[in-house]
Design a protein around this ligand. Sequence first.
Ligand code: MLT
Ligand code: MN
Ligand code: ZN
Length: 299
Amino acid sequence: MQCVVLGSAAGGGYPQWNCRCSVCSLYWNGDPRVSRRTQSSIAISANGKDWVLLNCSPDIREQIGQLKQLQPNALRGSPIQAVVLTNGDIDHIGGLLSLREGTAFHLYGTKTVLETIEASPVFSVLDRRVVSISAFAIGERFSPLPDLRIEAFKVPGKVPLYLEGDSPNTELEGEFTVGLEVSDAAGKRLHYVPGCAKLTPELRRQLEGSDCLFFDGTLWRDDEMIAEGLGSKTGKRMGHMPLSGAEGSIEAFTRVNVARKFFIHINNTNPVHIKGSPEERATRNAGWDIAHDGMEIVL
Ligand code: MLT
Ligand code: MN
Ligand code: ZN
């Protein structure tokens, strides 16, 4: 199995267009310790020719520009055969609007996420005569490409921001947010979990023994956005567990056996963007890597 990271940042990317928080300011000021990151998505292939995208960010056009593997392979044609969604957040579906020029691909999501997309007339640009749309159930295996199987599993999260009421359940387990397990003919297992509110015992069992995990790296600290003066939202309120602290993912994963683990979906305020920062070093010392755009992994 081959895997390419298209984008590694959370919604808004890094730096974010309207932000001068302490971490974005480093980029705007030309600090060599930080690099641009586009919004999160990965691509997977079993044969190096045909690719399936896990989520499709608003940065997809720029990501295709950076990655030879995904560039057009015919007068009109693309190696992108399928897109599989983990939820309906704008940073995960916005790029579908850029894939509208009449080339066939398959779109997969839970029934709930697909209904949300289909409820919006803007997404009717995905012409059903060329784009086939299929729902998967949690725990059901499907094959978006020969030799690759995908199965969705439950991950605590919340509804997309644009569907939130005043006080959404932020640890909802159901069809609004899922994780994806990709396995190949050799039995390798890769897990993609760009958003997660909590590592439940069930989720821990699901991820045990993974050959490669991409996990929610949104915030370093739960109150990071508040500390930066960017409003009142905690990570918990956004459905994201932080990396650090007793309730954080670094601590939670000390008891899970995973061969390679990467943080992805890194918010612009997260100091792990800064090479050599105490937070970046602590993350690496704990056995984690920080995904970056264009990163390639072979399993
Ligand atoms: C999230 O990851 O919490 C969402 O992408 C937030 C958003 O939609 O801006
Ligand atoms: Mn997001
Ligand atoms: Zn910022």
